[in-house]
Design a protein around this ligand. Structure first.
Ligand SMILES: Cc1cc2nc3c(=O)[nH]c(=O)nc-3n(C[C@H](O)[C@H](O)[C@H](O)COP(=O)(O)OP(=O)(O)OC[C@H]3O[C@@H](n4cnc5c(N)ncnc54)[C@H](O)[C@@H]3O)c2cc1C
Ligand code: SF4
Length: 617
């Protein structure tokens, strides 16, 4: 329990969150599914949880803790060696490719006792209750599953036997937590896995627990960690409809008389209101919505709905960071995860006149933060709308919600009092005329086109131009050469396929979109196949003539020809647009350079650059 984690939750409590369910805590030494998981296996955890409770309770926030054992769903060990995973039976998990060993009866008893002891510790630390994580194919769900549980003792075989582990866990937790604490259960009602729990089996298990009074509430989710397709539901991306789990929650709610909570792409209070008002659930669970805007509950209560920064389901800095072993943040709000440094706006002791060039994510964030700190800020944007490359990103198939990033940043800047001037390209003379105290250059990037050998006059265009104007793309058979593995090559291939082109997507990586967060990539790969795009991996573009693209293996350099090609679209990312910054330096105006014009990256770094630069002014 780090000071940063406490600061993160304190910010949500201050923002008006009614109940915080803290991330999972391992209940047994075999529960270390990542190297940084919280553990509740010894009394050493109590002071940390106590500090957390002391930080959030003054705001009237209820605090619950999750009790966790992943079973075979183990991602890593602390030193990189393969961990020993345990499960009901020695049945491998497809996603992490872990083969566990079957638990012995004594170990089961020890783990059950671990749940109870962990509940005692958390309640002793001042938490208001605990939640058993039986969702997403973790250990309790593995016991429930006839596929993962092949035991022939009292814990396997019949449905009753497969429920025994969870029954014992709930009893141990109730006893450990004591009568005053809330005891809840989190469960995936549908694991979206042919070998996983289905809604009927999961609902029956919960109903049996509810019938004997073991549950104070049930938190409904969906999906499983065990498969790629099932895990996409752990943090469903923008391809999933808002609140799509609510109908399953409604089915359970009709069956049992216990409060039902539901999660799953509920990113705005209006959505939560709809779910609750229609009787599908009693409360809504929102994780990324609060990573993105900790003030959301307070703003909802105040009726300031337009001020809420809605999560766009990009999965980049939240679950994306987690999968890379980094602390979570948000691309739209880099203050998240950095609360101790950037949590509060600090007024500048010496307000200055700040000119920001460029209304992309970097410029908008720099302007917003500088204005919030009391500086007088004017932002110039060359085009008619602010948003920069986000205005291209939102045009890729299935990515329209990404445009919310630009709207949210614009509103943040306007709220802070930034004067936004659109349709005005800035040159050195304009800067001289305005004569600001500080110039922030956020001019972004232009498409990068690598050297491609051309014979004759083949059609070769960059991907950004195709997004701007689909008509500029070649017709017929088009080769998209993608050296980035991000959203653009894949998205342009889909755009072209939808517009009737025959598309071959050649990528330098192992698969299309291999740098995208898994849950985002998976949906895109499904769509690529559905739309008939042929993908060729591990190939780089060397040259092109009027009907053939010349590629080579990135591993061996061996040539690979793609014939009957009418043209090539190059998706090679951006190159910094640094001309203005260089010109200003020549005039002895030392500009502050942020975002892609510093080095082309993503929205996350652009917005972070803007925050850091403006916080130092
Ligand atoms: C098709 C596509 C899809 C993408 N998808 C994603 C994604 O899903 N997630 C992600 O994180 N990133 C994505 N990116 C990358 C991301 O959009 C950029 O990294 C980010 O927008 C960079 O922000 P920026 O503010 O530094 O620059 P930009 O977004 O390039 O904005 C720069 C702005 O400055 C303006 N400008 C330039 N020169 C001047 C001047 N002299 N005077 C006035 N104004 C000027 C430009 O008109 C532009 O509006 C995508 C990019 C593309 C092209
Ligand atoms: S990074 Fe993207 S998905 Fe994650 S909280 Fe922010 S907007 Fe939502």
């Amino acid at each position: 329990m780090t000071d940063q984690l406490i600061a993160y939750h304190e910010a949500r409590a201050r923002g008006g969150v009614g109940c915080i369910v803290v991330q999972v805590a391992g209940v047994h030494e075999t529960a270390r599914y990542t190297s940084h998981v919280l553990m509740a296996t010894s009394d050493e955890c109590v002071p940390g949880y106590r500090d957390l409770a002391a930080a959030v309770h003054p705001f009237g926030t209820v605090l619950l803790g999750q009790l966790f054992h992943p079973g075979r769903e183990v991602m890593e060990s602390s030193d990189g060696s393969a961990p020993v995973a345990v499960a009901p039976s020695a049945v491998p998990t497809e996603r992490f490719r872990v083969m566990p060993r079957a638990l012995g009866l004594e170990e089961i008893e020890e783990i059950v006792a671990g749940y109870g002891a962990a509940a005692t510790r958390l309640v002793r630390a001042g938490l208001d209750g605990v939640e058993v994580v039986a969702s997403h194919g973790y250990l309790p769900a593995q016991f429930l599953s006839s596929h993962a549980n092949r035991r022939d003792d009292d814990y396997g075989g019949s449905r009753e036997n497969r429920r025994r582990f969870l029954d014992e866990v709930m009893d141990a937790v109730r006893a450990g937590a004591g009568p005053a604490a809330a005891v809840g259960l989190r469960i995936s009602l549908d694991e979206h896995d042919p070998a996983g729990l289905d809604i009927e089996e999961a609902t029956d298990a919960v109903a049996a627990l509810a019938a004997r009074g073991a549950l104070d509430y049930v938190s409904v989710t969906t999906g499983t960690s065990a498969t790629l397709g099932g895990s996409d539901h752990i943090a469903p991306d923008m391809g999933f409809a808002n609140g799509y789990v609510a109908p399953a929650a409604a089915r359970l709610r009709a069956r049992i008389d216990v409060p039902i909570l539901v999660a799953g792409r509920i990113n705005q209070p209006q959505e939560a209101e709809r779910i609750i008002a229609s009787g599908q659930a009693d409360a809504c669970v929102m994780t990324r919505a609060l990573i993105c805007d900790p003030e959301m509950p307070r703003r909802a209560v105040a009726g300031e709905l337009d001020e809420i920064r809605a999560c766009v389901g990009c999965n980049q800095a939240c679950i994306g960071h987690f999968h890379q072993g980094h602390a979570i943040s948000c691309i739209q709000r880099p203050e998240t995860g950095r609360e101790r440094r950037y949590g509060a706006v600090v007024r500048s002791p010496a307000p200055r006149r700040v000119l920001v060039v460029g209304g992309g994510p970097a410029g908008l964030k720099a302007a917003a933060v500088a204005a919030a700190r009391g500086h007088e800020v004017r932002l110039y944007e060359a085009s008619r709308r602010v948003g920069g490359q986000v205005l291209l990103a939102e045009q890729l198939p299935g990515r329209d919600e990404f445009g919310g990033v630009a709207d949210n940043l614009r509103r943040e800047a306007q709220r802070a009092g930034v004067e936004i001037v659109t349709g005005q390209r800035v040159d050195v003379d304009l800067v001289e005329r305005d004569d600001p105290d500080v110039v922030v250059v956020a001019t972004g990037a232009q498409p990068y086109t690598p050297p491609v050998e051309r014979r004759g006059s083949p059609r070769v265009v960059d991907a950004w131009s195709v997004v701007r104007d689909l008509e500029s793309a070649p017709t017929g058979h088009v080769l998209v050469a993608d050296s980035r593995g991000d959203w653009t090559g894949l998205g342009v291939a889909r755009l072209l396929a939808r517009a009737g082109r025959r598309v071959t997507l050649a990528v330098t990586g192992y698969a299309a979109g291999d740098r995208l967060q898994q849950y985002v990539r998976d949906g895109q790969l499904v769509a690529l196949e559905r739309e008939g795009v042929v993908t060729r991996a591990l190939l780089r573009l060397g040259g092109v003539d009027e009907d053939t693209a010349y590629l080579e293996s990135v591993l061996t350099g061996n040539p690979v020809l793609v014939a009957d090609v009418n043209g090539v679209v190059v998706a090679a990312g951006g190159t910094p647009d640094s001309a203005l910054a260089e010109a200003l330096r020549k005039r002895d105006r030392a500009p502050i350079v942020v975002g892609d014009c510093r080095a082309p990256r993503t929205v996350e770094e652009a917005v972070l650059d803007g925050l850091v630069a403006a916080s130092d002014l």
